[in-house]
Design a protein around this ligand. Structure first.
Ligand code: SAH
Length: 357
């Protein structure tokens, strides 16, 4: 039987497993500390564990790694990684250095079923959910890279991942159990301790899951990929809108904000001639009026395989929102020179897009 990855286990699940096998629950915290704080990836080197426990761990768990195929660093410090998984499928992870810390964009699925027409991820046909460990190891690998980069300055806050955005390939609410275990692991105080408020999950608008998420009452941030101010435009861009139209989505968002008292983020990519007119901005302002949150305007990253173009009216759109008292920000772009937008490196690698790496 193939051994289970230790990186699949939340602290709680590891405690339960140890207790069930007559080991002390407390050892789970020690194991978390070795793996995620001390970066010791060998049970034999975990010196405060008993010999029996080490043997048991070695028999039951694997401390595995992801196979890193490509690592590209862009001029602005963005690092994009391409991994090969055990079943030869590939995924990508992006590190975006920010003023406030090191932010990582995590992938949650191989490919994506949501078929947003502007997105490169949908070009990748094969789809499966990522296991929890495959998400944890994205963070672990970046932490290793950062540790090496700041080897002479280990206390520099830049020497570790401090923020996570679940905005890589895939729909997190289509793989929520594994995503939630992943969030629990990286958030745990005995490990990486990445604060819930430093973690953001982004969804294309799976309404029932937004309600479930609200009911968890967690401090983890939620972002909604809105991208359109009305159903007519949104239906063209995002097929999910046919199942859960804008009114239902906005109701779910209001429920979330009410329930959790957290601000919501609306993401809005600006695409030339599609969703970037003054009228669209006015409609958008009406839609989000009174909701505690803000609109994140994102320049569209062009994908060769589809006809959409980056809007040339981004600042006008922004000004209209401002005039109408909408909280809006213009998101900085990362890694343009290495195609760090969703799905692009991987799609290129698989020869779906025509460019060469
Ligand atoms: N499925 C989730 C998370 C993954 S996509 C979601 O839809 O939110 C992460 C974000 O990147 C989404 O807002 C998505 O709409 C956006 N995106 C996808 N392709 C893009 C592109 N070519 N340019 C800019 N943003 C893009």
């Amino acid at each position: 039987m193939k051994k289970n990855s230790i990186f699949n286990y939340t602290l709680e699940n590891l405690e339960i497993f140890l207790e069930k096998n007559n080991f002390k629950k407390f050892s789970a915290k020690q194991i978390f500390n070795w793996l995620y704080v001390k970066n010791i990836l060998d049970f034999d080197l975990m010196t405060n564990l008993s010999k029996e426990l080490k043997t048991f761990l070695k028999e039951n768990f694997e401390i595995n790694e992801l196979n890193l195929l490509v690592s590209e660093e862009s001029n602005d410090g963005t690092i994009k990684l391409l991994f090969m998984l055990d079943d030869k499928k590939t995924i990508e992870t992006v590190l975006m250095p920010q003023k406030y810390g090191q932010s990582v964009c995590v992938t949650t699925q191989v490919g994506c079923k949501m078929s947003c027409t502007f997105c490169a991820s949908g070009l990748i046909k094969t789809e499966r959910n990522l296991e929890t460990y495959e998400m944890v190891l994205q963070i672990l690998t970046i932490n290793k890279i950062l540790k090496d980069k700041y080897i002479d300055d280990p206390d520099n806050p830049k020497a570790r991942v401090s923020h996570i955005v679940v905005m890589g390939i895939g729909e997190p609410f289509d793989n929520f159990k594994n995503v939630w275990d992943f969030v629990n692991i990286v958030n745990n105080g005995n490990g990486y301790k990445i604060g819930a408020r430093h973690i953001t999950i982004s969804t294309c608008g799976v309404v029932p899951k937004i309600i479930d998420f609200a009911n968890l009452n967690s401090q983890v941030n939620l972002a909604i990929s809105l991208h359109a101010p009305n159903n007519e435009i949104r239906n063209k861009l995002m097929p999910i809108n046919k199942a859960y139209p804008i009114e239902k989505l906005i109701d779910a968002v209001k429920y979330y904000v009410n329930k959790t008292n957290r601000r919501i983020t609306f993401e809005y990519i600006l695409i030339e001639g599609i969703n970037d007119s003054e009228q669209n901005a006015i409609e958008l302002a009406k839609l989000v009026k009174g909701i505690n949150g803000y609109v994140n305007l994102i320049p569209y990253n062009e994908v060769e395989e589809n006809p959409f173009k980056r809007s040339t009216k981004i600042s006008q759109f922004f000004q209209v929102l401002k005039k109408l008292n909408v909280n809006a920000i213009l998101r900085k772009e990362f890694g343009i020179d290495i195609n760090a937008a969703c799905g692009q490196l991987r799609a290129k690698r698989e020869g779906i897009l025509k460019n060469e790496i």
